[in-house]
Design a protein around this ligand. Structure first.
Ligand code: KG4
Ligand code: ZN
Length: 345
């Protein structure tokens, strides 16, 4: 089965072709960073308009790259949420229309399901069950994954997501959008420990997170001390270290609580090198294994959407001729393909 995947939930337009027999055949991505940079963040209406401009050419390119014509495509998967509704609608309507024209099924995919299945795109893929640490711009989740569509949220952020904390802290330190990678680069030049930031919620039981206090603590440090370049780097390093330690400790706790030995990490913050190193060391010390998608499949991409859609279509999932775009969509609402959502335990 060969599936065209389309991702337009935020500020990346992406397309991919995944073949269940041959693996990922091609993927393309256009980042809107240049478009939103001068505004310091994503402007939803501009994002939607740019998806309209870029999506059709990117579909043409990815079909050509994968030597596929419309007749070779057996299904079209698109991100149906969560995300910016206007942006999602662009991908959803194009996907649904192409599927109608090609007389194949279309399937709406949950963006976070895409992220949590992304490690399956790698040659060394994890087996179920595993614990997923999903760290993106909009979500921080620990999820027990027993199979495709069998997800139990173990913990989540009560306020800012980890990526959002990176982005807001980067802005406080005068770094350009998108803040996460810029802050990580600055942190690499500094040393943690000179400033003391809290490790939020580590002293409390449970698997929930809270990152907004950390951002405020950075704001107070930045306001109260005149920061030269070295001090900014040290503050960035301490911030990154606080997030990394918190995520690592909670992930370890989730493995202990579930008795599961495998951790997967995905979502944009999963591209962070300090986090990858810390999780690797922590999980190996517990005798477990950790899997990461390659960094370009941690951040938003369509390969993960094509893959998740293919798994669902292969398992017999069917969507009708309508299409969906949901700004909010709890991951726990999903069910395994073939299981009616209302009958899900
Ligand atoms: O998964 P993603 O690409 O989009 C969403 O679904 O939100 O995640 C984007 C988030 C942004 O907050 C970005 O700043 C953060 O991931 N990010 C990073 C790094 N690369 C991306 N945060 C820390 N270190 C990085 N290297
Ligand atoms: Zn994402």
């Amino acid at each position: 089965m060969r599936v065209l995947g389309i991702e337009t939930s935020c500020d990346e337009t992406a397309t991919a072709v995944f073949d269940t027999g041959r693996g990922l055949l091609a993927h393309r991505l256009h980042s809107q960073i240049g478009l939103h940079e001068s505004y310091g963040g994503v402007v939803p209406e501009l994002a939607s308009r740019d998806h309209v401009r870029k999506l059709t050419p990117l579909i043409r390119h990815v079909l050509a790259d994968s030597h596929s014509g419309g007749a070779d495509i057996d299904g079209v998967a698109y991100t149906a949420g969560p995300g910016l509704v206007g942006a999602l609608l662009v991908g959803a309507s194009v996907a649904r229309s192409l599927a109608y024209a090609w007389d194949v099924p279309a399937i709406g995919v949950h963006h976070m399901e895409g992220h949590l299945l992304a490690p399956m795109l790698e040659d060394d893929a994890p087996d179920f069950p595993f614990v997923a640490l999903l760290v993106s711009g909009g979500h921080t989740l620990l999820v027990e994954v027993d199979g495709v569509g069998r997800y139990k949220t173990l913990g989540e952020s009560l306020d800012d997501a980890a990526g959002e904390a990176f982005d807001k802290t980067a802005k406080l330190l005068g770094l350009p959008y998108p803040g996460g990678p810029a802050l990580a680069a600055l942190a690499d030049r500094g040393t943690p420990g000179r400033f003391k930031l809290p490790r939020p919620m580590l002293d409390k039981p449970g698997l929930d997170f809270s990152f907004s206090g950390l951002k405020t603590a950075v704001m107070l440090e930045a306001r109260d001390s005149a920061l030269d370049e070295a001090a900014r780097a040290d503050l960035a390093a301490e911030f990154q270290q606080a997030v990394v330690e918190t995520l690592t400790a909670k992930a370890q706790r989730a493995l202990a609580q579930t008795g599961i030995g495998t951790l997967i990490v995905a979502g944009g913050v999963g591209a962070n090198r300090a986090l990858r190193g810390s999780l690797q060391r922590a999980v190996v010390s517990l005798g477990g294994r950790v899997f990461f998608p390659r960094p370009e499949f941690c951040t938003d991409n369509a390969a993960m959407i094509a893959y998740a859609g293919a798994r669902r279509l292969q398992a017999g999932a069917v969507d009708d001729l309508s299409f969906e775009a949901r700004a909010r969509w709890p991951l726990d609402e999903l069910s395994a393909p073939g299981v009616a959502e209302s009958t899900r335990a």
